[in-house]
Design a binder for this molecule. Structure first.
Ligand SMILES: [Zn+2]
Length: 163
């Protein structure tokens, strides 16, 4: 457990986890709603914002179509062309891709071996929401750490801005 002084509020902030993803409350509500809307299939999207010490700040989420038509209930994929377009649009606005989100219909908000195998953005946040019976339940986030040869997920704190 570590801690740090938050200059803006002059309070001692105890961080239980090493990393933290701060998500705009509207973006947070939207990504959870997305999971409910496409249930029982998996939703997926891109998180746009800024990196900072110890994590990132998400200012918006971009909804994507799940291109895994062979197994949309337990797999997700984002069209690489769409990803390039989102990256270009983000940069034009002075932000960048800081993470990804998807839902787990009727499964825990825990990363799967497939999630790890298919995650390639070291340093990015991978946000997972469990959708139970069509209703968004817990949302957790895992930061992709390590290197290309030895990547791993580290759970990080989710802070919703404005709540
Ligand atoms: Zn997953």
């Amino acid at each position: 457990m570590g801690g740090s002084w938050s200059n803006s509020r002059s309070v001692w902030v105890v961080r239980v986890r090493e990393f933290c993803v701060q998500i705009d409350s509207e973006a947070y509500a939207s990504l959870r709603r997305h999971g409910e809307e496409v249930y029982p299939e998996e939703s997926c999207g891109v998180l746009v914002g800024r990196f900072r010490d110890g994590g990132c700040v998400v200012v918006s989420g971009v909804r994507c179509e799940n291109t895994r038509r062979d197994s949309p209930r337990n797999r997700y994929a984002i069209d690489p062309k769409e990803l390039v377009r989102i990256q270009r649009e983000a940069r034009a606005k002075g932000v960048e891709i800081v993470g990804f989100y998807h839902s787990h219909p009727d499964h825990p908000a825990e990363w799967s071996s497939t999630d790890l195998a298919e995650a390639h953005w070291i340093g990015c946040s991978y946000v997972i929401t469990r959708v139970a019976g069509g209703v968004a339940a817990e949302t957790r986030s895992f930061r992709m750490a390590g290197s290309w040869d030895e990547k791993r997920f580290v759970e990080e704190e989710v802070v919703v801005e404005g709540l």
